[in-house]
Write a new protein. Structure first.
Length: 167
């Protein structure tokens, strides 16, 4: 009996930062080009401060529902809505983002797409989720930087120019 070939999946971490929005756009393009299913993943973690492990299930459901709404709103911000020409699956899982993405992308044919924020002042800084995925994933990882116009120096220059021309 012939088994159908496993469908390729593009797993993207969803975030509303500039590099996160750019990563979502790139993931949609990759999924479209590869005829793959897009898995838009939003991880959420909640640790109650009063007594760890006592969070009622109702709150967990509410937080998962809020995470799925966050993903839909991010699609609206990045692309004007969820694309209709690519199969999309919205996933909201409890846990830390890097670990959830690596655990979810478990097939050989999977691909992880994450945003890669710019480095800090001394060459270190943002991108702990990206570093986690690159160092621990057993599948290829695509790290997408923010658009050129969103980089800090570009924004500072724009602010200076705006100030100069404003009466």
């Amino acid at each position: 009996m012939n088994r159908p070939a496993t469908t390729r999946r593009v797993v993207v971490g969803v975030d509303r930062s500039f590099c996160g929005l750019q990563a979502l756009r790139a993931a949609v393009r990759l999924a479209h080009r590869e005829n793959a299913c897009l898995h838009a993943v939003r991880a959420w973690a909640y640790v109650p401060v009063w007594r760890p492990g006592t969070m009622p299930w109702l709150w967990q459901d509410d937080l998962a529902r809020a995470a799925r709404a966050y993903v839909r709103e991010t699609f609206d911000s990045a692309l004007g809505g969820v694309p209709r020409d690519v199969p999309v699956r919205i996933i909201a899982e409890q846990g830390y983002a890097g670990q959830v993405l690596v655990d979810h992308a478990c097939r050989e044919s999977d691909l992880i797409v994450v945003g890669s924020p710019p480095r800090g002042r001394f060459g270190i800084g943002g991108g702990h989720v990206t570093r986690y995925c690159v160092s621990r994933a057993s599948v290829p990882v695509v790290a997408v930087p923010a658009p050129d116009w969103a980089r800090a120096e570009e924004i500072r220059r724009f602010g200076r120019d705006l100030e100069r021309f404003t009466p």
